[in-house]
Design a protein around this ligand. Structure first.
Ligand code: GTP
Ligand code: MG
Length: 529
């Protein structure tokens, strides 16, 4: 049988290039074996190079066409609010179309605030006064709240005050039932983690009032000693949390039953007519808003305010704060404004991806990932680390005197610092652009103006002035220094912004800056400039 080369030789001899590649004449079997092996290896190498080129090409296209940004930070740091600002800036029509769906979340936020106030007005329980037996408590007619006073117990209100508070609880009782109903409607029926609220399980006044002189949070820190403050964001029951798969926006975009058959507004495209549905939550809210012992009276009542101050409940700082606007929010034809939607609090579970295309940037697609920041959610972050172009990390610096909702032993600022340090040191992120938002600066300013001293919560602050400029500069340096000393790549720059992401005007400027930083770095990384 003729050899392969012998068969090829006559066909190729007229082509000088092919002729040059032909095996030498008189090739021995060993030489032939070696040559074939070398040819085989060359083909393998060539295939490998082709594969690599294909991968590089894909990576290049990916860099060019898709920028991936991960929003990180502890729970309530402002990640979802930042995502809303991106949406408002880049897909305003979609943002506005969803405004009506946020109505229910805003109602729930308001209902939660009212319940938290009512809980704070309860007398201390036997948990607070272990020397008292349960049997000594007599319960009021209200099934959810037990207003029996125990004179002489530390922190107890006077009998007259307690009776006064009890009247609020009686008038506002329908709101507790409404909260449960709305929670059930919003959560996925098959979602075990989605929040549900069982009024029967509502413990009365849960957290002991902190002793301002007691220090130490059991969190093992050298530079912090922290009083056991009541968590401002925490409540005695879970808050509403939804998975990305939840269909809550669709459910509530159409309002109530009447709204389904209602007409769309010419201006906003929103369905109108929900106020004609007797089952719509607005009716209970509206009925409980005004008049004696209504919601407005509760929030304006100086006796209630001083009771809250005694119990160290600062509602103004809590997420989803609408108590100053009860009349507007509970109006029958209320439609949330952009500002209302930005302030609405809905805890994130899992990871939410939002995609949009930037105009005037060659159609580059952006994918922004918003993750849950609570401790039990943080394991979802790492899988995104090896494929991300930039991270926006949010640290709410107003939270220096607060504790985590999920663990009342942990100071929020300290949690942010530890999280930041481990992120800054992460080798997988060595070449990822990192942008730090020192957030909730508006609340920080208000807190410092109200006389809360940083040094009482952070010993390392020492005798520095307690004004906004000094404190924010201190935080900027502290976070900056942690990045500087732990970053795995000494070339990596850090961009720090002082933010209040509920403020659209300032945040849109910051977002434009961030967008340019990320785009430039991304293009440089893919050698397109
Ligand atoms: N006043 C003020 N409120 C803010 C600011 N940033 C966020 N908030 C509010 O704080 C609450 C929590 O913000 P989110 O954006 O839901 O927090 P998150 O980081 O997504 O929290 P998780 O989903 O639990 O991880 C919301 O009610 C926001 O409106 C801010 O800069 N100032
Ligand atoms: Mg969120």
């Amino acid at each position: 049988m003729p050899s392969k080369s012998a068969v090829l030789r006559p066909r190729s001899s007229s082509d000088p290039f092919t002729a040059a590649l032909l095996p030498p004449p008189n090739e021995t079997p060993e030489q032939r074996e070696r040559r074939l092996q070398e040819e085989y290896e060359a083909i393998q190498r060539s295939n490998d190079i082709d594969e690599q080129l294909k991968r590089d090409g894909m990576a290049l296209r990916k860099h060019k066409e898709c920028v991936k940004v991960l929003l990180l930070g502890q729970s309530e740091s402002g990640k979802s609010t930042t995502l809303k600002q991106f949406q408002l800036l880049h897909t305003p029509a979609a943002f506005h179309a969803e405004r009506i769906a946020w109505r229910s979340v805003i109602y729930l936020n308001l209902l939660r605030s009212i319940r938290r106030i009512l809980e704070a007005l309860l007398p201390p329980t036997t948990d607070d006064n272990p020397d008292e037996s349960m049997s000594s408590a007599t319960s009021s007619s209200n099934s959810q709240f037990h207003y029996a006073n125990r004179p002489g117990t530390p922190n107890a209100f006077s009998d007259a005050a307690q009776r006064h508070f009890e009247r609020y609880a009686a008038r506002l009782a329908p709101l507790v039932a409404l909260e449960t109903r709305l929670m059930r409607q919003l959560a996925c029926p098959d979602d075990e983690e989605a929040t549900h609220l069982d009024p029967a399980l509502l413990p009365p006044y849960a957290t002991p009032t902190p002793d301002p002189n007691s220090y130490g949070n059991g969190y093992g820190s050298s530079h912090h000693t922290l009083p056991r403050a009541r968590s401002v964001g925490a409540s005695t029951s879970k808050e509403l949390a939804l998975r990305p798969t939840s269909k809550w926006k669709q459910t509530f975009a159409i309002g109530g039953r009447i709204a389904v058959s209602g007409t769309k507004s010419e201006h906003t495209g929103e369905i109108r007519g929900w106020w004609e549905d007797p089952d719509d939550p607005v009716h209970v809210l509206h009925a409980c808003a005004d008049g004696e012992y209504g919601m407005v009276a509760l929030w304006r009542d100086s006796e209630v305010r001083s009771a809250l101050a005694r119990r160290r409940v600062r509602m103004e700082e809590s997420s989803g704060f609408y108590l100053d606007e009860i009349e507007r929010i509970t109006a029958k034809r209320y439609i949330p404004t952009d500002g209302d939607v930005l302030r609405a609090r809905l805890k994130t579970l899992g990871v939410i991806e939002h995609t949009f295309t930037l105009k005037g940037h060659n159609g580059i697609e952006w994918k922004i990932y918003d993750v849950g920041g609570a401790r039990n959610q943080r394991q979802t972050w790492a899988p995104y680390f090896d494929d991300v172009n930039a991270i926006i990390f949010l640290a709410p610096i107003s939270a220096f005197d607060q504790v985590l909702a999920e663990d009342a032993r942990v100071n929020r600022l300290e949690d942010s610092l530890l999280l930041w340090r481990s992120l800054a040191a992460n080798k997988l992120l060595a070449n990822v652009n990192i942008i730090l938002f020192l957030n909730k600066c508006d609340l920080l300013r208000a807190k410092l103006n109200a006389g809360v001293l940083l040094r009482d919560h952070m010993i390392s602050y020492g005798d520095r002035p307690n004004d906004y400029d000094s404190v924010s500069k201190y935080f900027r340096n502290k976070f900056g220094a942690l990045h500087q000393s732990h970053r795995p790549n000494k070339e990596r720059e850090l961009y720090i912004h002082l933010t209040s992401v509920t403020d659209t005007r300032n945040t849109s400027k910051i977002i434009a800056d961030v967008r340019d930083i990320i785009l430039k770095a991304n293009l440089k990384g893919s050698r397109l400039i």
